[in-house]
Design a protein around this ligand. Sequence first.
Ligand code: HPA
Ligand code: ZN
Length: 340
Amino acid sequence: MQTNKEFILGLPKAELHVHIEGTLEPELAFRLAQKHRIALPYQNVAELRRAYDFSNLQSFLDIYYAGAAVLKDSDDFYELTLAYLKRAHADGVVHAEIFFDPQTHTERGIALQTVLDGINPALAEGEKSLGITHRLILCFLRHLSAAQAMQSLEQALPFKDCLAGVGLDSSEAGHPPHTFVAVFERARAEGLHAVAHAGEEGPPAYIIEALDLLHVDRIDHGVRCEEDPELVRRLARERMPLTVCPLSNLKLRVVERLQDHNLKRLLDQGVCVTVNSDDPAYFGGYIAENYSAAQKALGLTRRELATLARNSFEAAFLAPADKAAWIGKVDSYLRSADTD
Ligand code: HPA
Ligand code: ZN
């Protein structure tokens, strides 16, 4: 009898919500700090891990941005990205749509070209040696201004061919989507997809703004939609995907206990929810741990786990034929497994 963990590992999955800077494991952070002679405010890996005890989104972001300071040259970004792809591959990820935060790097004098010269060859290597396909999504930091976001987009347009879309992340409360209408409009006019973090800590109104003003293709997190039943009905009706990150929500105290998480309730209402890892080095688990923790806490059946995986391909920025092929593989995997 296959265990649930084995079932989850073998289930073909797309990861649609992972910040590459959030995959920086403490061991790599220390190695890169040593390489670049940067002093970290922690004595060792264990002490750094102990600092990963967050009370909310901002308490995490403070450590996350500080950690990114060890990423300096293209080799660092290459190593970071390839390490994530290997880890994701071990978890049964076959397609990854990866966020990166260029402003975190350009603000401290690291050129966008340097960042991309590391990430892109790693993505190519991951596809060649692991068979993981990929998309790259450039995120704007919402705690910075709309003008800075526009400047970041303009810097990135010469590299448009390697970008699938733009996103919006960082401190949510007090930084509503409507601030970024012009930059999203410009990005969409350039043929880029759009996504935005909304309804993680921010209110349901931010989700509605992301839909109506930024015209996003997916909502990242979106779990606070539940406070507005009409919004939940709209998300279900429009099959608007939510990229949900259960362990992130637990670690950042969006929910107090995983048993309270609304993933299953949203699934039951027909919302296209997906499961993702967000910042796995900080939140205690890559994608399989997220599926597994949600399965245990919410009592998800194998059929429901397969629906989550199917949703991940439906919501991916893949060609329709590729989506259909992966959904077919999920279906045949489920048929061949013991179902409950
Ligand atoms: N929310 C907002 N910004 C982020 C996150 C998140 O969960 N992870 C990395 N940047
Ligand atoms: Zn995120």
